[in-house]
Design a protein around this ligand. Structure first.
Ligand code: NAP
Length: 540
């Protein structure tokens, strides 16, 4: 064998393959390489960033306050980084992740512009054989999907789309150079977070904007603003305490909430508390009362109050009626907005209510509704969402013991243990898998805790000379049933949403994230570890 062949063969044998270069993948690679493992990492995009690499649409920003939306693992990193705004915008979050990649020299471990096509477990060698889109095959002991929850966009499927002669964009695959809509007639399909963030900005640029709405959404003002030097300095100096408080909460952010439910509050205190929550803004509205996500009666009190606030933002009562959500506040992912509802007061913005007549399809000139109405467009934007939580995992041909594919295993719904491990798939980990709190928790904080779990587990195997770990089928079933049961104690299951897979045709319905709270979840994980990895089989 030549020297270069030996070298390339060595590169193709490693301890861990990590997929994804977002918050999860970067930290996972950092932890493993710090501990001395040979790591290969792969990313479809041309650089680091994950969600924040792809979602570059105008107005994209996080819905968790910046000072909580960052890594806590390195004191110097959190002390040196300055967030300019209360809610960081996409370019700032991307800059932050680029800074992390540089600071910890992480890019050297990644192959960019490279997708993972398959990962097959070989029972004889107890290793995964991972194949990439560039034709490489890698043999690895551990296979870690750090691919995020909202990374597989739904491809737009509309009759006649191929005949449309205008420009087409997708919020989740926005051109890096940006788009100039000046003077154009633009249509945006969808009214989830991506549309709610981009609509006000595009409306200011376009000649006309048509918003095609199938389901009206709740959005709470972000009250975004610049962070002062003083605020940032205070945060930097007290990060240790802030992180402690974040980890004590069920959602991974620091907030206060009253101890009584909304339905127990008297009229005066209710009004005061709701105004307070509204003025805190954004996601914190859901912290107005502790029972909003579990008690429909309490939720209705607050939903009705919020609807009045929304109504007051819209001048035309008929437009306001069409924009009014009809489901419990928070049951679909709550949107955080800046001037979304006010945008419909502009003369150049039209709300098209698809409940009156749905989209029939595209013509060469634009969109035609089922009732024959046509909207001429120079450009269309698809803000139509993602195959959430499982999309990215199932887009890789993952096969465990006996050649069973993950897709076959999950054909009737997701099954795993603690959201991280799947029975029959040894040494395979998901960082933000279904069955973990992920999107119902501060993502950055849930990622860090699960990366720590995975990294500590790999260390444990190494230190105790085990070759593999996998979930036990009985514990997996128990966890899966528990995740389902706990979701039914909440209002999340009262409406169709991407949380329960009902936005994707043919996807098995079932609430995917763990809804019992992050604090509770991480306690389950800790206990399982403390009891010698209860529920897992460790094999030599
Ligand atoms: P989304 O919430 O799933 O919204 C998709 C929208 O497209 C919905 O209004 C949906 O209507 C509509 N839609 C889908 N197919 C359609 C069709 N064939 N015809 C008409 N309308 C159609 O997707 P998203 O806005 O990209 O947000 C997804 C998640 O990403 C968010 O919930 C959030 O967790 C995350 N996100 C976060 C931020 C942030 O603030 N950091 C920003 C953007 C996204 P229906 O509701 O009727 O299905």
């Amino acid at each position: 064998m030549s020297a270069s062949a030996v070298q390339s063969a060595a590169a193709n044998v490693c301890d861990a393959v990590v997929v994804g270069a977002g918050f999860a993948g970067l930290y996972q690679v950092h932890r493993l390489q710090q501990a001395g493992y040979r790591v290969r990492a792969f990313e479809k995009g041309s650089d680091v960033g994950g969600t924040w690499y792809w979602n570059r649409y105008p107005g994209a920003r996080c819905d968790i306050e910046s000072i909580c939306y960052s890594y806590s693992f390195d004191e110097a990193l959190q002390r040196e980084w300055r967030w300019p705004q209360r809610y960081a915008e996409q370019p700032d979050i991307l800059r932050y992740l680029q800074h992390v990649a540089e600071r910890f020299d992480l890019r050297q471990h990644f192959a960019f512009n490279t997708a993972i096509e398959s990962a097959h477990y070989d029972e004889t060698s107890q290793r995964w054989l991972v194949r990439t889109s560039t034709g490489e095959t890698i043999s690895t002991q551990f296979f870690i999907m750090a691919t995020g929850c909202l990374s597989k966009p739904l491809e737009p499927k509309f009759k006649g789309l191929e005949s449309f002669t205008g420009e087409q964009y997708q919020t989740s695959r926005w051109p890096h150079a940006g788009v100039d809509f000046t003077g154009k007639r633009v249509g945006i399909i969808g009214t989830g977070s991506s549309s709610i963030q981009s609509t006000p900005i595009i409306a200011k640029q376009a000649a006309q904007l048509m918003v095609f709405q199938r389901t009206p959404q709740f959005a709470i003002p972000a009250w975004n603003r610049e962070l002062t030097d003083e605020e940032m300095r205070t945060a930097q100096e007290s990060y240790a305490e802030l992180r402690r408080l974040m980890r004590q909460s069920e959602v991974g952010i620091d907030y206060e909430s009253p101890t009584i439910g909304a339905k127990e509050a008297d009229a005066e205190s209710l009004q005061k508390q709701l105004e307070y929550a509204w003025n805190r803004g954004g996601y914190l509205m859901l912290a107005a009362y502790p029972d909003l996500l579990t008690d429909l009666e309490s939720n209705k009190i607050v939903s009705d109050w919020v609807k009045e606030k929304i109504r007051a933002r819209i001048k035309d009562p008929e437009v306001a009626r069409k924009l009014m959500p009809e489901y419990p506040l928070g049951a679909k992912r709550l949107c955080v907005d800046t001037n979304y509802f006010e945008t419909f007061n502009r003369d150049n913005v039209t709300l098209v209510d698809l409940r009156e007549s749905g989209i029939d399809g595209f013509t060469a000139q634009g969109i035609r509704l089922e009732n024959g109405t046509e909207y001429a467009l120079d450009a269309v934007i698809f803000a139509t969402g993602f195959d959430a939580m499982t999309g990215a995992l199932l887009s890789v041909d993952i096969r465990g013991k006996g050649g069973l594919t993950l897709r076959e295993k999950w054909q009737n719904g997701t099954r795993n243990y603690l959201g991280v491990s799947v029975a029959g798939f040894p040494n395979f980990f998901t960082i933000t898998g279904p069955g973990s709190p992920s999107v119902l928790y501060n993502m950055t904080a849930s990622i860090e805790q699960n990366v720590d779990f995975v990294s500590n587990t790999i260390d444990h195997l190494r230190d105790h000379h085990y070759a593999s770990i996998e979930a036990q089928p009985r514990e997996e079933l128990a966890w899966t049933k528990y995740v389902d049961w706990i979701s039914k104690q909440t209002i999340y299951t009262k409406v169709k949403s991407w949380y329960n897979g009902e936005n994707v045709n043919g996807k098995p319905a079932g609430f995917m994230p763990y809804a019992g709270g992050g604090l509770t979840y991480f306690e389950f994980v800790r206990q399982a570890v403390d009891e010698g990895y209860r529920g897992f089989t460790l094999a030599s």
